[in-house]
Design a protein around this ligand. Structure first.
Ligand SMILES: [Zn+2]
Length: 401
């Protein structure tokens, strides 16, 4: 909005539009030194006048005919204030033609003696012509006002987040990226945040058997749910499994995680999606739609990771194999419990893990893939897909159960 008001200021300074002429006739010229708001101005005019000095500072005039006020306008590099001595403001043409101006006391005064050295130098260099005086915008190369240049100059810029490339990349879904961005800025409404904003509530986290105050660090790092899940995934990548807070957690997972290596990409995907799934489950519990289930989160994150690995043609083990040389971690990364190793077993709290099956398109013709499961109702299900030889192109999909 501020940038749009600035555009209106620019229009008034240029004085070329009918609207600008109308407004100046109605409310007066805000570039006049000592201008004050008229009685009951419109909110729009009030906003324009407030912004006018800010815009004027970035305008510079190039003399043509010389109808530029000698004071109150930037033609010499700075805006010179009008000395009280003078009754009126001569323009550049008048000063060049005759620098002596009669003041209130009746004396004739040389205007140039009230100019700075720099302004005198510029004034001496001006050659008047019959061209129109031109105003230039100094915040861009073109010299013409743009809302973008104004906004870029005046907006408050936060320091660049060193981890932002882990939020905004093709491996992280935009909604997860946006969530991480908010988390990084302490903008997730956990109880502690609401309490700090003045809401009167009793905090009781939904992530532990013995509830505690719900803070960001507790919910996402230290709680029973979070620590179980982080421990499971950290074991796969041989990372420290006891981070102390979110900052520390991000360091453990993202430091040295290169997005050009499958291992780094997997760590990035796991980091983002575990946080996202913890938040989703927390909300489902709060709104009475779910219950605490670490295994469900592990399965969801594993399935998401597997989908990404297939979609981006990365190794199915998520780079763990090439990094650490373990032959069974590829299976574990899918969320399947490993019966031979307690360390890599998926945490057990209910749901069976989701197993993903990567598709391979046929070399030519059509290919039918079938899958099924026999069990007590309603757990009997089956499905199939017919695909042609075009990668990721589904010709027909049917499910039954
Ligand atoms: Zn808790």
């Amino acid at each position: 909005m501020k940038a749009l008001h600035a555009k209106r200021c620019w229009s008034i300074i240029k004085g070329e539009s009918v609207w600008a002429h109308y407004m100046v006739r109605k409310y007066g010229d805000p570039s006049t030194p000592g201008y004050s708001l008229p009685y009951q101005p419109s909110p729009l005019w009030r906003a324009i006048v407030e912004l006018f000095p800010m815009v004027s500072r970035h305008c510079t005039w190039v003399a043509g005919r010389g109808n530029i006020p000698i004071w109150g306008v930037n033609w010499s590099g700075t805006i010179l204030p009008k000395p009280h001595l003078f009754n009126y403001i001569p323009n550049i043409r008048q000063v060049i033609n005759s620098p002596f101006v009669r003041v209130a006391s009746g004396a004739s005064v040389d205007v140039r003696s009230y100019l700075s050295e720099e302004a005198k130098y510029v004034l001496n260099a001006i050659v008047l012509s019959e061209d129109k005086d031109q105003v230039c915008w100094t915040l861009n190369q073109k010299g013409d006002f743009s809302t973008k240049s104004f906004w870029d100059h005046y907006r408050i810029k936060f320091p660049i987040d060193s981890w932002s490339h882990f939020y905004w990349n093709k491996y992280i879904q935009p909604r997860v990226g946006a969530f991480l961005w908010r988390l990084r800025r302490n903008a997730i409404p956990v109880d502690a945040r609401l309490l700090s904003m003045g809401y009167n509530l009793v905090s009781r986290c939904s992530c532990c058997e013995n509830p505690e105050t719900e803070t960001l660090d507790h919910l996402f790092v230290l709680s029973e749910t979070a620590s179980t899940i982080w421990r499971h995934f950290a074991n796969l990548f041989h990372l420290s499994s006891s981070p102390t807070d979110i900052e520390n957690l991000a360091q453990v997972w993202l430091n040295n995680a290169s997005l050009s290596s499958p291992s780094g990409i997997s760590r990035n995907i796991i980091f983002g999606n575990v946080l996202w799934e913890i938040w989703k489950q927390r909300n489902e519990i709060i709104f009475g739609k779910g219950k605490r289930n670490c295994n469900f989160i592990v399965s969801r994150v594993s399935a998401t990771l597997q989908q990404h690995l297939v979609a981006f043609h990365l190794p199915a083990d998520g780079g763990v194999l090439s990094t650490h040389g373990h032959s069974d971690t590829g299976q574990s990364i899918l969320g399947a419990a490993d019966p031979h190793s307690n360390r890599r077993a998926a945490p057990t709290c209910g749901h069976p893990p989701i197993l993903s099956a990567p598709w391979k398109a046929p070399a030519f013709g059509l290919k039918l893939n079938l899958a099924g499961r026999l069990g007590d109702p309603p757990f009997t299900a089956g499905g199939g897909i017919i695909r042609d030889n075009r990668e990721f192109h589904r010709r027909l999909l049917f499910l039954y159960g």
